[in-house]
Write a protein that binds this ligand. Structure first.
Ligand code: SF4
Ligand code: SF4
Length: 352
């Protein structure tokens, strides 16, 4: 994928779900109901070292420079015993580290540890106003998260709000951005609800293509210097930069299998946690072997795998839709297909 291209540097991230345990039961969570095994900290640290070997091999084999990061999450990562030791190990191995939390369990000690270890971003979930947040995440969760954010900011951390966009909060984007500023966040990011896990019930909460387009136009228009308002959604990228890429070199868009990989608490390797399909297990193979050999990951990298509109789209290299939404939606309609059209895409319906 990299060899023979003009790429000289490459950002690569691991999203690491250290635990599936959580103190909340959010309505749109992609987790199922089954408890899952957890790797102890020394095993996680060994796997981090394995990932480092893979990245070093890429650098020497392809003559590129890799900037690696690990995004630790859960469940709720603060419930994982040994979190700070694992983060310290990752930082020592040269990774930028981010933390994704619901914010409710943060103590002053946690906030100090994150600052000491140079965690570059702590993402705390926010749904909108206190009423809406508590309706989705549970009573009292807004107040606890607000307290957690206060402690994190006070200790000197960069903290950003992470909003799951759905019919329930899409009309309130300005209010949600204002709320995040009031709470002391340094920025805000939006992603789409995926109707999988406990979120299976939320098919009706998916925005239509035109509603999603309007939401991303609004988010784009709200951008101001000094306060990051972002979305990692490939379709949001088309609003920000409507120029189609010139070739099939996949430098942006859905990261699943391209520039990121997910590791779950039991050592399963997935293209994306929200897709939920397993590419391999670290109990049986190295990350390097899974990355290079998994059919699932290779299918995600090849345009020929994609059906319908995405397969022939001029934005394929910079988009590919959200595979998790496409998969969950097609499954809900009784025809599970990872490479189905993204049901929320407005581009194809506007293309003559
Ligand atoms: S058709 Fe697929 S690749 Fe093209 S813009 Fe829509 S989601 Fe993206
Ligand atoms: S499948 Fe969706 S959530 Fe997962 S990396 Fe791709 S765009 Fe992001």
């Amino acid at each position: 994928m990299i060899a023979g291209s003009a790429i000289t540097s490459f950002d690569f991230f691991l999203q690491w779900h250290l635990t599936e345990r959580c103190n909340l039961r959010c309505q749109h969570c992609y987790q199922g109901e089954q408890p899952a095994e957890e790797m102890p900290p020394d095993a996680v640290q060994r796997e981090i070292d394995g990932a480092t070997e893979m990245l070093k091999a890429w650098e020497s084999d392809y003559g590129i420079s890799v900037t690696p990061s690990i995004h630790f999450t859960g469940g709720e990562p603060l419930l994982y015993q040994g979190l700070w030791g694992v983060i310290e190990h990752a930082r020592g191995a040269g990774y930028g580290v981010a933390l994704m939390s619901n914010g409710c369990l943060v103590t002053a000690e946690d906030a100090g540890q994150a600052a000491r270890l140079g965690v570059f971003d702590i993402q705390v979930s926010l749904e909108g106003s206190e009423r809406l947040h508590d309706a989705i995440r549970g009573p009292g969760s807004f107040e606890k998260a607000a307290k957690g954010v206060e402690l994190l900011v006070k200790a000197g951390n960069r903290v950003s709000a992470n909003v799951t966009l759905s019919r329930r909060n899409a009309a309130l984007i300005e209010e949600t951005v204002a709320c995040s500023r009031d709470l002391g966040f340094h920025g805000i990011g939006f992603s789409r609800v995926v109707p999988c896990g406990r979120g299976k019930e939320l098919l009706d909460d998916l925005l239509t293509p035109q509603e999603l387009k309007a939401a991303y136009q609004k988010i784009n228009a709200l951008r101001t210097p000094g306060y990051d308002i972002v979305s990692g959604d490939p379709l949001a990228g088309i609003i920000a930069d409507p120029h189609p890429p010139e070739d099939d070199l996949t430098l942006s868009g859905c990261s699943a299998g391209f520039s990121g990989i997910t590791i779950t608490s039991d050592g399963s390797v997935m293209p994306c946690r929200r897709i939920g399909l397993v590419a391999g297990s670290l109990k049986e193979q190295s990350l390097r072997a899974i990355w290079a050999g998994s059919d699932l990951l290779w299918q995600l990298r090849e345009r020929e795998s994609y059906h319908g509109r995405c397969g022939s789209c001029r934005y394929w290299a910079s988009c590919r839709g959200c595979r998790a939404v496409a998969y969950a939606y097609s499954a809900a309609k009784g025809r599970p297909d990872l490479f189905a059209d993204d049901p929320q895409c407005w581009v194809a319906e506007e293309t003559p």
